[in-house]
Ligand binder design. Structure first.
Ligand SMILES: C[S@@+](CC[C@H](N)C(=O)[O-])C[C@H]1O[C@@H](n2cnc3c(N)ncnc32)[C@H](O)[C@@H]1O
Length: 293
């Protein structure tokens, strides 16, 4: 097979460590923005997902576990959901919530999706904004497919292009007016949020990973970027493409923080606001496919 994993033992070791060391505290600090923001993209499609009562479902890169909980409700007590992530610190939030809700058809497992040894047990595989971070997405998606029964369905959600996602790209453009772009050796969370924006390329990758019946549906949704202007500035400088530029610039970034915050504040103040806070546009692909029968 042309795209067979060359070193199946390798996995995403470096990125997994980066998620745990660097991103976990930042994501937890901005959970109020991330979970609410991302929810719009799954809410739009959850009612039509290919999930039935009694199904066995896998949620890949589950983060705090909110989509896994929704899936557990959809499959009901006769079904079951396994939620997988490489960061226990995220899943601990989910574990606590599951316990308090008494949901006993959902369990969490720590693992690197690139190399986890899956059996073809699942009726449905799901990932919201997880697949864009795998160093070898074809290998990861092929491994996800190994978890699927013949003919089973999968859906993953990924961001569309930066220009369709000003909630992430606007701040990066502003920060880059003050700081250099990250160098080749920058530590990162993997290929990044826009790495699966290109329909044609992702369709090809999924075919290589063995999927068929691949369909793309565009979902546009407003996202909360901060409760206040300062919350939005802090969020942008901590997470996502602007956060990466800021983090990598180190001392220079801290020295220029006042100018950068002022420039970001000016742009953020011009955005829409509602009772929750500052709202910007975002756009994703909901990609559905099947494992051949
Ligand atoms: C942007 S977050 C999305 C989280 C969640 N699905 C959501 O929508 O809120 C990406 C998630 O993928 C996880 N992740 C990244 N690389 C992974 C890997 N190789 N194996 C398992 N999980 C991974 C991260 O820990 C993180 O929780």
């Amino acid at each position: 097979m042309p795209n067979e994993v060359q070193n199946p033992a390798a996995g995403d070791v470096e990125f997994v460590q980066f998620w745990n060391d660097v991103l976990v505290p930042k994501f937890i600090g901005f959970k109020h923005i991330l979970v609410d923001g991302l929810t719009h993209h799954s809410e739009a499609i959850f009612p039509n997902l290919n999930v039935n009562e009694g199904d066995k479902v896998l949620d890949v890169g589950c983060g705090f576990g909110d989509t896994a909980m929704k899936l557990a409700e959809s499959v009901g007590p006769s079904g079951e959901v396994l939620a997988v992530d490489c960061c226990d610190a995220f899943m601990d939030f989910g574990r606590k919530e599951v316990e308090s809700k008494g949901l006993d058809n959902l369990s969490f497992a720590n693992g690197d999706v690139m190399v986890m040894p899956f059996e073809p047990d699942y009726d449905f595989v799901f990932s919201r904004f997880g697949t864009m971070f795998f160093s070898n997405p074809v290998a990861a998606m092929r491994n996800m497919r190994k978890a699927m029964k013949p003919g089973a369905a999968m859906t993953h959600i990924v961001w569309r292009r930066p220009e369709d996602n000003p909630w992430l790209s606007m701040a990066k453009e502003i920060v880059l007016r003050h700081l250099p772009a990250p160098g080749d050796g920058a530590r990162s969370c993997g290929p990044g949020p826009f790495s699966m924006a290109n329909e044609e390329m992702v369709g090809g990758m999924m075919k290589s990973a063995g999927y068929e019946d691949i369909k793309f549906e565009r979902v546009d949704a407003p996202v909360l970027v901060g409760r206040t202007v300062q919350d939005a500035i802090d969020f942008q400088l901590a997470i996502g493409p602007a956060g990466e530029v800021f983090r990598e610039a180190g001392r220079e970034a801290e020295q220029k923080r006042p100018q950068i915050e002022a420039a970001l504040g000016e742009a953020i103040e011009k955005q829409k606001q509602d009772a929750e806070g500052i709202i910007m546009d975002s756009s994703s692909w909901v990609i559905s496919a099947r494992n051949p029968s």
